[in-house]
Design a protein around this ligand. Structure first.
Ligand code: 3MF
Ligand code: MG
Length: 344
Protein backbone atom coordinates (compact mmCIF):
# COMPACT_ATOMS: atom_id res chain seq x y z
CA UNK A 1 0.00 0.00 0.00
CA UNK A 2 1.03 3.56 -0.69
CA UNK A 3 -0.54 4.68 2.57
CA UNK A 4 2.78 6.12 3.70
CA UNK A 5 2.14 9.33 1.73
CA UNK A 6 0.30 12.21 3.37
CA UNK A 7 -1.39 14.94 1.36
CA UNK A 8 -2.04 18.67 1.64
CA UNK A 9 -3.64 21.52 -0.27
CA UNK A 10 -4.48 25.18 0.31
CA UNK A 11 -7.93 26.73 0.73
CA UNK A 12 -7.39 28.55 -2.61
CA UNK A 13 -7.62 25.16 -4.33
CA UNK A 14 -11.35 25.18 -3.64
CA UNK A 15 -12.24 28.07 -5.88
CA UNK A 16 -15.25 29.92 -7.27
CA UNK A 17 -14.04 29.71 -10.85
CA UNK A 18 -13.30 33.38 -11.64
CA UNK A 19 -10.65 33.83 -14.32
CA UNK A 20 -9.18 36.91 -16.07
CA UNK A 21 -12.07 36.75 -18.56
CA UNK A 22 -15.08 36.21 -16.37
CA UNK A 23 -16.50 36.29 -12.86
CA UNK A 24 -17.09 33.56 -10.29
CA UNK A 25 -19.43 30.77 -11.37
CA UNK A 26 -19.74 28.91 -8.04
CA UNK A 27 -20.75 30.13 -4.60
CA UNK A 28 -18.02 31.01 -2.12
CA UNK A 29 -17.39 28.34 0.51
CA UNK A 30 -16.41 29.68 3.90
CA UNK A 31 -13.10 28.65 5.43
CA UNK A 32 -14.58 26.48 8.21
CA UNK A 33 -16.59 24.50 5.65
CA UNK A 34 -13.47 24.00 3.53
CA UNK A 35 -11.60 22.66 6.56
CA UNK A 36 -14.34 20.12 7.15
CA UNK A 37 -13.77 18.79 3.60
CA UNK A 38 -10.07 17.95 4.01
CA UNK A 39 -10.34 14.57 5.72
CA UNK A 40 -13.26 13.50 3.53
CA UNK A 41 -11.12 14.16 0.47
CA UNK A 42 -8.21 12.17 1.95
CA UNK A 43 -6.02 15.10 3.04
CA UNK A 44 -4.23 15.64 6.36
CA UNK A 45 -2.63 19.08 6.13
CA UNK A 46 -3.53 22.63 5.21
CA UNK A 47 -1.30 25.05 3.31
CA UNK A 48 -1.87 28.68 4.18
CA UNK A 49 -1.20 32.11 2.85
CA UNK A 50 -0.78 34.45 5.82
CA UNK A 51 -4.17 36.04 5.07
CA UNK A 52 -5.89 32.68 4.53
CA UNK A 53 -5.26 32.19 8.25
CA UNK A 54 -5.77 35.82 9.32
CA UNK A 55 -7.88 37.80 6.81
CA UNK A 56 -7.25 41.58 6.63
CA UNK A 57 -4.11 41.20 8.71
CA UNK A 58 -2.74 44.57 7.54
CA UNK A 59 -5.12 46.37 9.90
CA UNK A 60 -4.17 44.28 12.95
CA UNK A 61 -1.39 44.51 15.54
CA UNK A 62 1.12 41.64 15.84
CA UNK A 63 -0.59 40.51 19.05
CA UNK A 64 -4.01 40.48 17.41
CA UNK A 65 -2.64 38.53 14.45
CA UNK A 66 -1.13 35.88 16.74
CA UNK A 67 -4.39 35.62 18.68
CA UNK A 68 -6.44 35.10 15.51
CA UNK A 69 -3.98 32.51 14.21
CA UNK A 70 -4.26 30.65 17.53
CA UNK A 71 -8.02 30.43 16.96
CA UNK A 72 -7.38 28.87 13.55
CA UNK A 73 -5.04 26.34 15.21
CA UNK A 74 -7.96 25.28 17.41
CA UNK A 75 -10.11 24.80 14.30
CA UNK A 76 -7.34 22.64 12.78
CA UNK A 77 -7.11 20.58 15.97
CA UNK A 78 -10.86 20.12 15.91
CA UNK A 79 -10.66 18.62 12.41
CA UNK A 80 -7.58 16.51 13.17
CA UNK A 81 -5.55 18.57 10.67
CA UNK A 82 -2.12 20.19 10.80
CA UNK A 83 -0.71 23.25 9.08
CA UNK A 84 2.03 22.48 6.54
CA UNK A 85 3.28 26.00 5.81
CA UNK A 86 2.47 29.70 5.69
CA UNK A 87 3.25 31.80 2.59
CA UNK A 88 3.37 35.60 2.90
CA UNK A 89 1.01 36.93 0.22
CA UNK A 90 2.91 40.03 -0.89
CA UNK A 91 1.49 40.18 -4.39
CA UNK A 92 -2.01 41.52 -3.67
CA UNK A 93 -1.03 44.55 -1.59
CA UNK A 94 -0.37 47.93 -3.28
CA UNK A 95 3.02 48.04 -1.53
CA UNK A 96 3.97 44.82 -3.36
CA UNK A 97 3.05 46.19 -6.79
CA UNK A 98 6.65 46.09 -8.03
CA UNK A 99 7.68 43.08 -5.95
CA UNK A 100 8.15 43.20 -2.19
CA UNK A 101 11.70 42.16 -1.35
CA UNK A 102 13.10 43.45 -4.66
CA UNK A 103 11.01 46.59 -5.01
CA UNK A 104 12.86 49.73 -6.03
CA UNK A 105 11.10 51.48 -3.13
CA UNK A 106 12.99 50.98 0.20
CA UNK A 107 9.81 51.52 2.24
CA UNK A 108 8.07 48.73 0.28
CA UNK A 109 11.02 46.39 0.86
CA UNK A 110 10.77 47.13 4.59
CA UNK A 111 7.03 46.43 4.50
CA UNK A 112 7.63 43.10 2.74
CA UNK A 113 10.05 41.94 5.44
CA UNK A 114 7.74 43.13 8.26
CA UNK A 115 4.80 41.33 6.67
CA UNK A 116 6.95 38.20 6.48
CA UNK A 117 7.71 38.51 10.22
CA UNK A 118 3.93 38.38 10.75
CA UNK A 119 3.79 35.25 8.58
CA UNK A 120 6.41 33.73 10.91
CA UNK A 121 4.23 34.62 13.92
CA UNK A 122 1.24 32.98 12.21
CA UNK A 123 3.29 29.87 11.38
CA UNK A 124 4.32 29.56 15.03
CA UNK A 125 0.74 29.94 16.22
CA UNK A 126 -0.41 27.30 13.71
CA UNK A 127 2.32 24.88 14.80
CA UNK A 128 4.50 24.80 11.68
CA UNK A 129 8.07 26.01 11.25
CA UNK A 130 7.92 26.34 7.46
CA UNK A 131 7.32 29.40 5.31
CA UNK A 132 6.93 29.15 1.55
CA UNK A 133 8.26 31.95 -0.62
CA UNK A 134 6.48 32.05 -3.95
CA UNK A 135 8.18 35.19 -5.28
CA UNK A 136 5.23 36.30 -7.41
CA UNK A 137 6.20 39.86 -8.37
CA UNK A 138 9.93 39.62 -7.63
CA UNK A 139 11.08 40.19 -11.19
CA UNK A 140 10.39 42.62 -14.01
CA UNK A 141 8.21 43.37 -17.00
CA UNK A 142 10.94 45.67 -18.30
CA UNK A 143 14.49 44.52 -17.65
CA UNK A 144 15.85 48.05 -17.43
CA UNK A 145 13.46 48.84 -14.57
CA UNK A 146 15.55 47.08 -11.90
CA UNK A 147 19.17 46.33 -11.19
CA UNK A 148 18.91 42.53 -11.21
CA UNK A 149 22.28 42.09 -9.52
CA UNK A 150 21.12 44.24 -6.63
CA UNK A 151 17.71 42.47 -6.63
CA UNK A 152 19.36 39.15 -5.83
CA UNK A 153 21.17 40.79 -2.93
CA UNK A 154 17.82 42.16 -1.72
CA UNK A 155 16.45 38.60 -1.74
CA UNK A 156 19.38 37.38 0.37
CA UNK A 157 18.96 40.35 2.76
CA UNK A 158 15.23 39.67 3.16
CA UNK A 159 15.79 35.97 3.85
CA UNK A 160 18.56 36.74 6.33
CA UNK A 161 16.30 39.07 8.30
CA UNK A 162 13.59 36.39 8.45
CA UNK A 163 16.09 33.68 9.48
CA UNK A 164 17.38 35.99 12.21
CA UNK A 165 13.91 37.01 13.36
CA UNK A 166 13.18 33.39 14.32
CA UNK A 167 16.00 30.89 14.83
CA UNK A 168 13.72 27.90 14.12
CA UNK A 169 11.90 29.11 11.02
CA UNK A 170 12.67 27.44 7.69
CA UNK A 171 11.99 28.81 4.20
CA UNK A 172 11.01 26.71 1.18
CA UNK A 173 11.39 28.70 -2.03
CA UNK A 174 8.79 27.86 -4.71
CA UNK A 175 10.45 28.76 -8.02
CA UNK A 176 8.43 29.92 -11.02
CA UNK A 177 9.87 31.47 -14.18
CA UNK A 178 7.06 33.85 -15.17
CA UNK A 179 3.44 34.90 -14.53
CA UNK A 180 2.53 37.37 -13.24
CA UNK A 181 5.91 38.81 -14.26
CA UNK A 182 7.46 38.67 -17.70
CA UNK A 183 10.52 37.17 -16.04
CA UNK A 184 10.81 36.28 -12.35
CA UNK A 185 13.92 36.05 -10.23
CA UNK A 186 14.67 32.49 -9.00
CA UNK A 187 12.96 30.72 -11.93
CA UNK A 188 14.27 27.22 -11.11
CA UNK A 189 15.31 25.17 -8.10
CA UNK A 190 18.94 25.64 -9.11
CA UNK A 191 18.57 29.41 -8.73
CA UNK A 192 16.67 28.98 -5.46
CA UNK A 193 19.25 26.73 -3.84
CA UNK A 194 22.14 28.88 -5.04
CA UNK A 195 20.56 31.84 -3.23
CA UNK A 196 19.86 29.60 -0.21
CA UNK A 197 23.59 28.88 0.03
CA UNK A 198 24.29 32.61 0.35
CA UNK A 199 22.07 33.15 3.39
CA UNK A 200 23.20 33.24 7.02
CA UNK A 201 21.84 29.73 7.55
CA UNK A 202 21.64 27.66 4.34
CA UNK A 203 20.43 24.65 6.37
CA UNK A 204 17.11 26.47 6.90
CA UNK A 205 16.42 27.32 3.25
CA UNK A 206 15.15 24.68 0.81
CA UNK A 207 12.61 24.29 -1.95
CA UNK A 208 9.07 23.46 -2.97
CA UNK A 209 8.73 22.28 -6.55
CA UNK A 210 5.55 22.77 -8.55
CA UNK A 211 5.05 20.64 -11.66
CA UNK A 212 3.56 23.45 -13.76
CA UNK A 213 6.27 25.93 -12.80
CA UNK A 214 9.04 23.53 -13.86
CA UNK A 215 7.26 22.86 -17.16
CA UNK A 216 6.88 26.61 -17.77
CA UNK A 217 10.66 26.86 -17.33
CA UNK A 218 11.04 24.20 -20.04
CA UNK A 219 12.34 21.67 -17.53
CA UNK A 220 11.32 18.19 -16.46
CA UNK A 221 9.66 18.43 -13.02
CA UNK A 222 11.03 15.04 -11.98
CA UNK A 223 14.61 16.20 -12.61
CA UNK A 224 13.94 19.43 -10.70
CA UNK A 225 12.71 17.29 -7.80
CA UNK A 226 15.72 15.00 -8.14
CA UNK A 227 18.08 17.97 -7.94
CA UNK A 228 16.48 19.11 -4.67
CA UNK A 229 16.29 15.56 -3.29
CA UNK A 230 19.98 15.03 -4.02
CA UNK A 231 20.69 17.92 -1.66
CA UNK A 232 18.11 16.99 0.98
CA UNK A 233 16.21 20.13 0.02
CA UNK A 234 12.85 18.93 -1.29
CA UNK A 235 10.64 20.18 1.50
CA UNK A 236 7.32 20.12 -0.34
CA UNK A 237 5.82 19.71 -3.79
CA UNK A 238 2.93 21.27 -5.66
CA UNK A 239 1.87 18.51 -7.99
CA UNK A 240 -0.42 19.43 -10.85
CA UNK A 241 -0.23 19.41 -14.64
CA UNK A 242 0.17 21.75 -17.54
CA UNK A 243 -0.67 21.52 -21.24
CA UNK A 244 2.36 23.13 -22.86
CA UNK A 245 3.76 26.63 -22.56
CA UNK A 246 0.86 28.88 -21.68
CA UNK A 247 -0.66 30.36 -18.53
CA UNK A 248 -0.19 28.41 -15.30
CA UNK A 249 -3.04 25.91 -15.58
CA UNK A 250 -2.86 23.92 -12.35
CA UNK A 251 -4.58 20.96 -13.98
CA UNK A 252 -5.32 17.70 -12.18
CA UNK A 253 -2.09 15.77 -11.55
CA UNK A 254 -1.32 13.48 -14.50
CA UNK A 255 -4.16 14.88 -16.63
CA UNK A 256 -1.94 16.25 -19.41
CA UNK A 257 1.16 14.04 -19.28
CA UNK A 258 0.80 10.75 -17.47
CA UNK A 259 4.37 9.65 -18.23
CA UNK A 260 5.78 12.85 -16.69
CA UNK A 261 3.52 12.33 -13.67
CA UNK A 262 4.78 8.76 -13.35
CA UNK A 263 8.34 10.05 -13.36
CA UNK A 264 7.60 12.57 -10.62
CA UNK A 265 6.17 9.82 -8.46
CA UNK A 266 9.14 7.60 -9.33
CA UNK A 267 11.62 10.20 -8.21
CA UNK A 268 9.76 10.73 -4.92
CA UNK A 269 9.95 6.97 -4.40
CA UNK A 270 13.66 6.84 -5.31
CA UNK A 271 14.34 9.76 -2.96
CA UNK A 272 12.52 8.14 -0.03
CA UNK A 273 10.20 11.14 0.20
CA UNK A 274 7.51 9.58 2.43
CA UNK A 275 10.13 8.75 5.08
CA UNK A 276 11.04 12.44 5.31
CA UNK A 277 7.58 13.02 6.81
CA UNK A 278 6.95 15.79 4.30
CA UNK A 279 3.59 16.27 2.59
CA UNK A 280 2.56 15.80 -1.01
CA UNK A 281 0.85 19.07 -1.87
CA UNK A 282 -1.61 19.27 -4.73
CA UNK A 283 -1.84 22.78 -6.17
CA UNK A 284 -4.70 22.03 -8.53
CA UNK A 285 -7.58 24.16 -9.72
CA UNK A 286 -11.12 23.06 -10.56
CA UNK A 287 -12.11 23.81 -14.14
CA UNK A 288 -14.44 26.78 -14.53
CA UNK A 289 -16.96 24.43 -16.16
CA UNK A 290 -17.22 22.29 -13.02
CA UNK A 291 -20.57 22.40 -11.19
CA UNK A 292 -20.52 23.57 -7.58
CA UNK A 293 -21.45 20.20 -6.11
CA UNK A 294 -18.42 18.50 -7.67
CA UNK A 295 -15.85 21.30 -7.55
CA UNK A 296 -13.53 19.39 -5.19
CA UNK A 297 -13.14 16.39 -7.50
CA UNK A 298 -9.86 17.70 -8.91
CA UNK A 299 -8.32 17.29 -5.43
CA UNK A 300 -9.58 13.78 -4.74
CA UNK A 301 -8.82 12.76 -8.33
CA UNK A 302 -5.26 14.09 -8.19
CA UNK A 303 -4.67 12.09 -5.03
CA UNK A 304 -6.20 8.96 -6.58
CA UNK A 305 -4.00 9.33 -9.67
CA UNK A 306 -0.93 9.88 -7.48
CA UNK A 307 -1.62 6.72 -5.46
CA UNK A 308 -2.29 4.68 -8.61
CA UNK A 309 1.06 5.86 -9.96
CA UNK A 310 2.81 4.85 -6.72
CA UNK A 311 1.49 1.34 -7.35
CA UNK A 312 2.72 1.54 -10.96
CA UNK A 313 6.21 2.61 -9.86
CA UNK A 314 6.40 -0.11 -7.20
CA UNK A 315 5.18 -2.85 -9.53
CA UNK A 316 7.48 -2.03 -12.44
CA UNK A 317 9.55 -5.18 -13.10
CA UNK A 318 12.96 -4.33 -11.63
CA UNK A 319 14.65 -7.21 -13.45
CA UNK A 320 13.54 -5.74 -16.81
CA UNK A 321 14.89 -2.34 -15.77
CA UNK A 322 18.22 -3.87 -14.69
CA UNK A 323 18.57 -5.90 -17.89
CA UNK A 324 17.72 -2.98 -20.18
CA UNK A 325 20.25 -0.78 -18.38
CA UNK A 326 22.90 -3.53 -18.49
CA UNK A 327 22.29 -3.94 -22.23
CA UNK A 328 22.09 -0.18 -22.78
CA UNK A 329 18.81 -0.95 -24.53
CA UNK A 330 16.80 2.12 -23.64
CA UNK A 331 14.30 1.56 -26.47
CA UNK A 332 13.34 -1.68 -24.72
CA UNK A 333 13.16 0.15 -21.40
CA UNK A 334 10.92 2.83 -22.87
CA UNK A 335 8.55 0.26 -24.37
CA UNK A 336 8.44 -1.62 -21.06
CA UNK A 337 7.50 1.60 -19.21
CA UNK A 338 4.75 2.47 -21.70
CA UNK A 339 3.35 -1.08 -21.66
CA UNK A 340 3.39 -1.04 -17.87
CA UNK A 341 1.49 2.27 -17.85
CA UNK A 342 -0.99 0.84 -20.37
CA UNK A 343 -1.51 -2.19 -18.14
CA UNK A 344 -0.14 -4.62 -20.76
C1 3MF B 1 1.32 30.35 -8.13
C2 3MF B 1 1.26 29.32 -7.11
C3 3MF B 1 0.74 29.76 -5.78
C4 3MF B 1 1.61 29.29 -4.65
C5 3MF B 1 1.01 29.69 -3.34
C6 3MF B 1 1.76 29.21 -2.14
C7 3MF B 1 -1.61 30.19 -5.66
O1 3MF B 1 1.66 29.88 -9.37
O2 3MF B 1 1.56 28.18 -7.36
O3 3MF B 1 -0.58 29.26 -5.63
O4 3MF B 1 1.75 27.91 -4.71
O5 3MF B 1 0.97 31.06 -3.32
O6 3MF B 1 3.10 29.47 -2.20
MG1 MG C 1 2.05 26.46 -6.24
Amino acid sequence: MAADYRFSFGPWNIHEGADPFGPAVRPRIEFAKKLAMYKQLGFDAVQFHDDDAVPDLEGLSPAEITKKAAEVKKMLDGEGLVAEFVAPRLWENPKGIDGGYTSNCPECRRWAVERTFRAVDIANALGTNMLVFWLAREGTYVRESKNAIQAHQHLVDAMNQVLQYDKKITIAIEPKPNEPMDHAYLPTIGHALAIAARTVDPSRVGGLIETAHALLAGLDPSDEMAFALSMGKLWSVHLNDQNGLKFDQDKTFGAANLRAAYNQVRVLELGGYPATGRFVGLDVKAMRTQKAESATRHLANSRTIFLALVEKVRSFPKDVERQCIADRDYEALELAVIQHLLGK
